[in-house]
Design a protein around this ligand. Structure first.
Ligand code: ZN
Length: 99
């Protein structure tokens, strides 16, 4: 509360840095099939210097009711949740690159 952003120098309530960071991410969502035909949803292209990857993974896991892991700018969720993940990410202000 009441702090000054170290990036733009504006008071935190006016700071748009996090919003801009989210919009600048080029996030891709894809599904991948693993051993034994297990499907995972992969979210990649997240810049974890700007975004709290573990926090984002936790939100996605909750919303998709799925297990998953987060590491090195990449989140993997068990099962095919492509549509839901896109919906949640856009809701949070991320721009998702469609492919
Ligand atoms: Zn700022």
């Amino acid at each position: 509360m009441g702090g000054i952003c170290s990036v733009c120098g504006l008071p935190e309530e006016l700071c748009m840095c996090e919003q801009i960071a989210k919009e600048q991410q080029k996030i891709r969502i894809l599904t991948d099939t693993r051993r034994y035909g297990k499907v995972v949803t992969v979210v990649e292209g997240i810049d974890s210097t700007d975004i709290d990857l573990n926090d984002l993974a936790r939100k996605l896991k909750t919303r998709c009711a799925a297990g998953g892991t987060a590491k090195e700018g990449r989140i993997e969720l068990q099962g095919d949740h492509k549509r839901k993940v896109k919906e949640v990410l856009e809701e949070l202000g991320f721009s998702v690159v469609s492919r």
